[in-house]
Design a protein around this ligand. Structure first.
Ligand SMILES: Cc1cc2nc3c(=O)[nH]c(=O)nc-3n(C[C@H](O)[C@H](O)[C@H](O)COP(=O)(O)O)c2cc1C
Length: 252
């Protein structure tokens, strides 16, 4: 699976919530696990682990049942939620590109004998995956329910580069990202939350930013550009909180 294939999947993927409960073949699961070992983190210093569970090992308030779940456990350090979103979105795209259904589950928890802490890390979030009989893909970007590009950026010369960010999935489809700066120095911020919304969305929106950064990275790479992610705390538009700066250079 190449990053170009993941990039192309951005334009058609969708969340799948109805699964065929037949477990995937062992060989398919092995390929998935091998792929997990290859994905790129946003911050290599943050210790993470992936754990694969079945439907008896999780509890979810919503009636979404799948044969498999991939969970990410992470060290709880600066940027860990964004890093988790960046990592697992690569798996979401991988599932879709391999004709499997998947859905991020922000409300689900590990259950029963499965510990929510392991090796100094804590459970962060999971994605349900498996075969589906539902249509896997959107046939046109107009089928994505998303904000317009002008609502998520003030950059006027980056339409193609930023379209994958616009199409990124987010918890409750909140789309909290905003892109400013310039084509060479992209600044990513997220919508500030008020005291009522913060308990509901603070965690999820940081994961959402990681998802958007994954799409932006794939887009930059697809267009022959190399991103260098940095945390520089520069000014962002009013109503947004700074997340990341991306220094963009031509790939050699
Ligand atoms: C961090 C995160 C958490 C999510 N949690 C849930 C969830 O608990 N239940 C659910 O049905 N969908 C969940 N979703 C899926 C979103 O509702 C979905 O991505 C969004 O509405 C956009 O739709 P699309 O993925 O089909 O493009 C979650 C998505 C993200 C990114």
């Amino acid at each position: 699976m190449t990053n170009s294939q993941l990039y192309e999947t951005i334009y058609k993927r969708k969340s799948i919530r109805k699964f065929d409960m037949t477990p995937l073949d062992a060989a398919v699961l092995t390929d998935i696990k091998n792929h997990t070992a290859e994905i790129r983190p946003l911050d290599r210093k943050i210790k993470c682990e992936f754990v694969y569970l079945g439907s008896n090992d999780i509890k979810n308030l919503l009636p979404i049942k799948a044969p498999h779940y991939i969970c990410i456990y992470s060290e709880k350090t600066e940027g860990f939620l964004t890093n988790a979103g960046f990592l697992l979105q690569q798996m979401d795209l991988y599932f879709s590109a391999n004709h499997l259904g998947s859905c991020w589950l922000g409300m689900a928890k590990v259950a029963g004998d499965i510990p929510d802490k392991r090796n100094g890390m804590e459970f962060v979030i999971m994605i349900a995956f498996g075969k589906t009989t539902e249509p896997l893909y959107r046939s046109n970007v107009s089928e994505f329910k998303r904000k317009n590009l002008t609502e998520i950026t003030n950059l006027t010369d980056c339409k193609e580069l930023l379209e994958p960010v616009r199409l990124a999935p987010s918890a409750s489809n909140s789309q909290p990202w905003y892109i400013s700066g310039s084509k060479e120095e992209i600044i990513v911020s997220r919508k500030s939350l008020n005291i009522i919304m913060a308990p509901l969305f603070n965690k999820m929106n940081q994961i959402d930013i990681g998802i958007a950064l994954c799409h932006l990275w794939l887009s930059l790479e697809y267009h022959g550009l190399t991103p260098d992610f940095a945390w520089e705390k520069v000014n962002v538009p009013k109503g947004y909180d700074y997340m990341t700066t991306i220094h963009v250079s031509e790939s050699r």
